[in-house]
Design a protein around this ligand. Structure first.
Ligand code: SF4
Length: 394
């Protein structure tokens, strides 16, 4: 008998336009949809709490970050109250990380929810069902897990085994690929996979790729970087999670990418802040990136056990609102200042500007005036643009 399968992605606090954003696509639900279709069931995908006009035979709810668990539980409760007798399965990052937590298990029992940790083999073998979402790209994995054990990362807990694929060419169906690998370059077959992609054509056109998690710069060689460029990997990103004193290692990795043909402003450096390095040290790292003319992809640290995140960049807040790494001297004010500095610096890099001004950014002063203004002495610039800010200054 055909079963009606309800697949639920809770409404997480992402901007509305992010529903089908490449960073938030509910790939596990799309794989579950494929699996159920293959056995004759009818899957339906919904976002948040929706009044569906049928009684599902089975419900799956996915979860994301631990600090968005409220949205997950609100959604589970909504469907539990609506469909008292339907089995609810739950999975995803938060469910996997809290799987052994007694409070979590208690709540699952109360709401009669069956939690799943990590990946489920039967679903993993299925291709995501893209007919349920309106996107022009394809999410792909050439490996699961990661060989490294970075202390702020949950990957090695959720996917403890590093499982590389030898080939992905038969899975590719679109011209735009977004790799969700945690450590793409750690795959021992990476050269073979990249060579396959270089040759591959979909509908007679070449395939473009990007890597959501960035590349492990420690594994980057000139040969690999040239292959990445040849294969049309766009916007390469590498991580700088260590101290400022590692700058020369990062510089070498950037040079490798540049030698392979990438422009420096196309490159981004992932940086975790509100973490073990002080605001002052992070500012040194930020300024180094300005010197290198590369952008920064900043990531605010929240511990893997964090249960809420009500961060609001426009108001003063405390650690009751969101996680502030006070042990290392982080405060609400410098968390927000670092974020703001990164944003302004990235705008300067993209526009090749030496300073940032909100008046210029919001076009209150015509952008074309920038080149006239920049030739003036700084004191005169500040008279015209009092909010002018130079990324390389304190
Ligand atoms: S390299 Fe990346 S994915 Fe692997 S443990 Fe570190 S942060 Fe996580």
């Amino acid at each position: 008998m055909n079963q009606k399968i309800l697949l639920v992605q809770p409404k997480f606090p992402t901007p509305a336009k992010s529903i089908n954003h490449k960073d938030f696509l509910p790939i596990p639900l799309l794989k579950i949809a494929s699996y159920h279709k293959s056995i004759g069931d009818e899957p339906y995908l919904v976002h948040g709490k929706e009044n569906v006009d049928f009684t599902p035979d089975l419900i799956y709810v996915t979860s994301l970050f631990t600090y968005w668990q409220k949205e997950f539980w609100d959604t589970v409760e909504f469907y539990r109250n609506k469909f008292l007798d339907t089995q609810i399965n739950a999975g995803g990052i938060y469910v996997s990380l809290f799987f052994e937590n007694s409070e979590f298990q208690k709540k699952c029992n109360e709401l009669n929810v069956i939690p799943f940790k990590g990946t489920v083999d039967a679903f993993e073998k299925s291709q995501p069902d893209y007919s349920l979402v309106d996107v022009d790209y394809q999410i792909i994995h050439a490996s699961r897990g990661c060989k490294r054990h970075c202390p702020f990362c949950g990957v090695w807990e959720i996917e403890p085994k590093f499982v590389p694929k030898e080939s992905i060419k038969n899975e590719v169906i679109k011209n735009k690929l977004v790799f969700y690998d945690n450590n793409l370059l750690a795959n021992p077959f990476i050269e073979k996979i990249l060579k396959e992609l270089a040759e591959l054509k979909i509908k007679g056109k070449p395939v473009y790729s990007e890597c959501q998690s960035g590349f492990d710069g420690r594994l980057l060689t000139l040969k690999l970087a040239k292959l990445l460029k040849k294969v049309r990997f766009i916007n390469p990103r590498i991580a700088w999670d260590g101290p400022f004193e590692d700058w020369n290692k990062i510089e070498k990795q950037i040079n490798i990418l540049c030698k392979a043909g990438y422009k420096s402003k196309e490159i981004s450096i992932f940086m975790i802040y509100n973490w073990e390095y002080t605001f002052e040290e992070m500012e040194l790292k930020r300024k180094k990136c300005f010197e290198w003319n590369v952008q920064i992809a900043d990531c605010r640290n929240r511990p893997l056990t964090q249960e809420f995140d009500n961060y609001n960049g426009h108001i003063e807040q405390t650690s009751k609102d969101y996680y502030i790494h006070e042990i290392k001297g982080w405060t609400d004010s410098n968390v927000k200042k670092f974020r703001k500095n990164v944003r302004r610096q990235n705008i300067c890099i993209r526009n090749r500007h030496k300073f940032h001004s909100s008046a210029l950014e919001r076009k209150r002063v015509p952008k074309s005036d920038y080149f006239k203004i920049i030739s003036m002495p700084e004191n005169d610039i500040i008279k015209i643009l009092p909010d002018a800010w130079w990324p390389d200054r304190s």
